[in-house]
Design a protein around this ligand. Structure first.
Ligand code: G3P
Ligand code: CA
Length: 269
């Protein structure tokens, strides 16, 4: 697949389009997923949160302020947290014009609409449960929505879905509820703690800044809950030297807001 880049002719590094392709379209929107698809990236990453009335939406920040016109539409609702707004209210917001006039009218996607778009594009999803402690039960709810959308059949589970979070308890809960779903733990856990995480995580996904060859090797020598070596995807790799360095250190994947730059760095095209 186009998103899997050969590095140095020896091995492959998967490039995940972080929040879609946010240098071409507003992050975490359907337009961003589509832009990633047009660039040839099959893996996309997103962030899932919950509204006041229990809807699941795709948004990175706790607040709607940076990536929508919420301050204009609801001027007295500071700090504009997603959990304080209903789905209907969020549906009124423009999530595109902050990025460029051609994206005016783009919406904050519901998870349901987002899954349909990713499915329609034939893409794969690295789904992040963002700040799950704010949203008790979001693990079960998200799995329910994935199931209803057809994302928990055997082939999606095997090839097209990973659920990740910075919150190890949430990752553990996802694994307990659906042991067949692949999971990832975001963050930089100490090497000594890795065997415990390997009981319920298929991936350890640290920031690139503190990555060493020894750490990558320590991750990859462990086996995950599905009896395969743990994988390591690092973030957020947005320039060529960092991409090449990550590949040299032996990562399996990079999560990038500039996936085309990474691909060029790793493959030359
Ligand atoms: O998937 C990795 C990355 O998304 C983690 O950081 O803040 O962009 O969600 P953040
Ligand atoms: Ca994320």
């Amino acid at each position: 697949p186009a998103a899997t880049a050969t590095s140095g002719g020896h091995r492959t590094v998967t490039t995940v389009a972080h929040r879609g392709a946010p240098s071409y379209a507003p992050e975490n929107t359907l337009a961003s997923v589509d832009a990633a698809g047009r660039l040839g990236f099959d893996w996309v990453e997103n962030d899932v949160q919950r509204t006041k009335d229990g809807g699941l939406v795709v948004l990175h920040d706790t607040s709607l302020a940076r990536t929508t016109d919420v301050e204009r539409v609801f001027p007295h609702r500071s700090p504009w947290n997603v959990g304080d707004f209903t789905l209907r209210e969020i549906g009124k917001l423009d999530a595109g014009s902050w990025f460029g006039p051609e994206f005016t009218g783009e919406r904050v996607p519901t998870l349901d609409a987002y899954l349909d778009e990713v499915e329609h594009n034939g893409q794969k999803l690295l789904l992040e449960l963002k700040s799950p402690r704010r949203y008790p039960g979001i693990e079960r709810q998200t799995l329910g929505e994935l199931r209803r959308a057809g994302w928990l059949n055997a082939s999606h589970i095997e090839h097209r879905l990973i659920v990740q979070s910075f919150d190890a308890a949430a990752v553990k809960t996802v694994h307990r509820l659906r042991p067949d779903v692949r999971t990832g733990l975001l963050g930089n856990p100490a090497a000594a703690g890795l065997p415990a995480y390997a009981r319920y995580c298929d991936q350890i996904n640290p920031a690139h800044t503190a990555l060493t060859r020894a750490y990558v090797a320590a991750v990859k020598r462990l086996k995950g809950p599905h009896h395969r070596p743990l994988e390591l995807y690092t973030w957020t790799v947005d320039d060529a030297p960092t991409a090449r360095k990550a590949a040299r250190l032996g990562v399996d994947g990079v999560i990038s807001s500039r996936p085309d730059v990474v691909r060029e760095a790793l493959t030359g095209h």
